[in-house]
Ligand binder design. Structure first.
Ligand code: HEM
Length: 427
């Protein structure tokens, strides 16, 4: 590593500080990095050094080479040295509190992924289309009943994907508020309005204790569902997980619980944020609203553009399993890398006018779902849910505008719109 590789500390801080995701100023740091140090090394106090990968091509390159860049050897999301050590002390050396697909590498990863992969393929989830449309209609009706003004995040977007994924997991509707709260506490640990303690700056010990408590709650809840589905399997993915086998043996409870947690949590916050992002983008760009209203064949374009524009998953980490070269830099075995998805999704070399929200952007090769072996398992479900909602909503919507200041949540892992006051007229 040469000194020239080092990113100025203030830029590195700007790119990773959860607060800067709350006011969108993080894009200034990413713009600077793409132009001046697209693959630079951050060396900040209290954290392991890491490479900040900000170019679309480099993120793809790392994601594609799953043998060379592992997900599970180091923490899969960013943490401090102190935070990492606390986790390792508690787990007896592992950097992970849960063991989900996200933390696995080959040979285990493909074996676990295959357990549910076919369930999430387009040809299978197509069977859910009618039921999802019914749920979408209920949410659009609810919006109509709100009388022309609502907070789209809190009254619509947070509930619709939650309802879909909970039905898929076999969680009854009366328990959805509990699942929503747990997910918000898990992903919202960095946002003072969303974390369990409702406090400004949580230290490592507090944040760690919160995450541990949330995971314990999740595990307790899903244990009952696992027992039920083992005794009487149904058509849902809960039954697939509960009865999954690895090399002929049932998977253990810890791994089954972890599987539920990843599907339960990855499956709605991200989709809610993207759904809210679509409405945000349409309010901010009345011309785009007019375009997609006039031509519903643009709805899939609206969906992809919203996911690109919001990019709800802000990063995942990888670590190098061997010395290698990337973007002209020498990466050493063991080096840690931060894949900056929001930056890749605004890379000027790939996207014309990248900050603009265009429903007819073509091509739109965003990497909000990642790439390679870990490519989002639920991407077809997420896109289908969003498409159906907008197919139901747009024909009924005559006007749409902001009714107040929209706000983003603070978080450098999973974050997005936190409140979106809108005014609208239904046909
Ligand atoms: C993985 C994004 C919706 C389940 C991922 C990854 C990203 C992502 C970036 C990591 C990819 C990588 O490391 O290369 C999103 C976005 C969504 C979304 C932006 C919505 C717009 C969903 C839904 C589900 C889901 C609805 C429901 C099942 C998963 C799972 C993984 C994953 C299980 C781990 C896959 C693996 O490691 O093999 N997602 N996701 N996601 N996602 Fe999603």
């Amino acid at each position: 590593m040469s000194g020239a590789d080092r990113i100025p500390d203030e830029i590195a801080m700007k790119a990773i500080d959860p607060k800067n995701y709350g006011d969108d100023s993080v894009h200034e740091a990413f713009r600077w990095l793409r132009a001046n140090q697209p693959l630079g090394r951050a060396e900040l106090e209290g954290v392991y050094p890491f490479w900040l990968v900000t170019k679309h091509a480099d993120i793809l390159e790392v994601s594609r080479q799953n043998d060379l860049f592992h997900s599970g050897d180091m923490p899969t999301t960013f943490t401090t040295v102190e935070g990492d050590q606390m986790v390792r002390n508690m787990t007896g050396g592992s950097p992970h509190l849960v063991r989900t697909l996200v933390q696995m590498d080959a040979p285990d990863h493909p074996k676990y992924r295959i357990m549910t992969q076919s369930w999430f393929l387009p040809q299978n989830i197509r069977k859910l289309e009618d039921r999802i449309r019914q749920i979408a209609r209920e949410h659009v009706d609810r919006m109509a009943a709100l009388g022309g003004e609502c907070d789209f995040v809190n009254q619509v977007a947070l509930h619709y994907p939650l309802h879909v994924i909970m039905e898929i997991l076999g969680v009854p509707p009366q328990d959805e508020p509990r699942m929503l709260k747990l997910t918000q506490e898990l992903f919202g640990a960095q946002d003072p309005e969303l974390n369990r303690q409702r406090q400004e700056a949580m230290n490592n010990a507090d944040a760690f204790a919160q995450i541990q408590a949330v995971i314990a709650d999740f595990f307790m809840y899903f244990k009952a569902i696992t027992d039920d589905r083992k005794a009487s399997p149904r058509e849902d993915v809960a039954s697939v997980i509960a009865n999954a086998k690895l090399d002929g043996q049932p998977i253990n409870d810890f791994e089954a619980m972890s599987y539920y947690v990843i599907v339960a949590t990855a499956g709605h916050d991200t989709t809610s944020s993207s759904t809210a992002g679509a409405v945000w983008g349409l309010c901010a760009n009345p011309g785009e609203f007019a375009k997609v209203k006039a031509d519903p064949s643009l709805i899939p374009g609206l969906i992809d553009e919203s996911i690109r524009w919001i990019t709800p998953v802000k990063h995942f980490m990888r670590s190098a399993t061997a010395d290698t070269e990337l973007g002209g830099r020498k990466i050493a075995k063991g080096d840690w890398l931060w894949l900056a998805y929001p930056s890749g999704n605004r890379d000027e070399e790939v996207f014309e006018d990248p900050d603009a929200f265009r429903v007819d952007r073509k091509p739109n090769k965003h990497l909000a779902f990642g790439y390679g072996a870990h490519l989002c398992l639920g991407q077809h479900l997420a896109k289908m849910e969003m498409r159906i909602l907008f197919e139901e909503l747009l024909p009924r919507l005559e006007s749409l505008e902001f009714a107040g200041e929209p706000r983003l949540s603070q978080g450098n892992f999973v974050s997005g719109p936190k409140s979106l006051p809108i005014r609208y007229r239904f046909r």
